[in-house]
Design a protein around this ligand. Sequence first.
Ligand SMILES: Cc1ncc(COP(=O)(O)O)c(C=O)c1O
Length: 437
Amino acid sequence: MSNQSLDVTRFFPQGDAVAAAEAASLSRMARGMQGSKILQIAYEVQARIKAGHDVADFTVGDFARSEFRVPDALIEHTAQALKDGHTNYPPADGLAELRQAIVAQAERELGLKYPVDTVVVGSGARPLLYGAYRCLIDAGEKVVYPAPSWNNKNFCHQVGAVDVVVPTTPESNFMPDVKALEDALPGARMLVLCSPGNPTGTMIREAAMREIGEYIVAENAARKARGERLLYLVYDQVYRNLTFGDFSHVTPVGVVPAMAEYTLFVDAISKCFAATGLRVGWMYGPPHVARQVKALMTHMGAWAPRPEQVATAKLLNDAPAMKAYLEHHLGGIHARLDALSRGLTAMKAEGLPVVAIEPEGAIYLSVRFDLLGRGGLNTEDAVRQYLLEKAGVAVVPFSAFGDSKNRNWWRFSVGAVSVAQIEACLPRLREALRSVM
Ligand SMILES: Cc1ncc(COP(=O)(O)O)c(C=O)c1O
């Protein structure tokens, strides 16, 4: 062997040859896969900040370390677990002590008693959402989800599902009701709902949840009689502890118990404990589905790291520590959403073209800017660039969440900004809105 290292770059296709190489190598699925528009915008904004511009970055659904910290207990227990030698493979469905803590928490907080062996742990919510799609849906089957919503289009693409997008309106908090779903659900295999919602920061109401649950139970009774495949609900509740004021989290099974047969819950520490990088999520649901998601996990290996699993079990079992943390965490999120919402509402009162929906949950605010067609702003991207350059306000359009109907609506995510940054950006935003009137 020579001392010189081999630069392998010359063996890789370059320039015009790349497209041919892709066609000759990638799967149809991979060729059709689209990168995240949200991250594309976020990276562009980060580059602008790095170049010295003053920007309030409301783009990413994450937390800045300077603003929000994970619970100290989670850090300490993770470090201790590492020192204690928890460095091997975890079981494919998660450590027994964590699954036990998850079912105890579900019983304590949601009043739902799930057997431990219906829980599957993964590296965040994502692999479990993917697992639900992969294990329930055959190529060509129908999956229904509301728009705007987070990432369902991509999951559908990955499993070859036919996606049926149900539009929502601000009047219904951007949540679907059974009327909106009725045309879409016959023949569908899966409905995906998320509350509190990303990108909207709004929540499904108990009455709407009841109607949807009752519809699914009746639909499945009819399908069973006809010998047809059943309709499942994937309920993504990763923001469930982040609710404000009188808004409270409801679950399909809590409202319609018979929905236990058809519901897969997905949850994680990512948002409620500002722990997006620690990668612990879980699902629970009917045992015959959970068993196959576990089997998939044995092959995918998208497990949560073992030290984090040990630490999460300890945290979930410590209800007082969780309560103290959540009060603080929620207070910080609400202060930011409130400052933003009050500022925007004042602008609306001044006659500026902006509307903000009252924050209900999660870390997001839905905001409408009626700027299209004003001051030469003829495309959504022109509006986004204008807000970024003129006001130093970086936001993501609902269209990045698969929503082609609610034009002019934008997501503000507050996990990476301080109240001071919000207060500082409001006058700039007011000026930018005034300038195009
Ligand atoms: C609604 C929703 N579900 C799931 C996830 C993914 O969570 P995780 O980071 O735990 O994979 C996100 C992340 O943004 C989300 O907004």
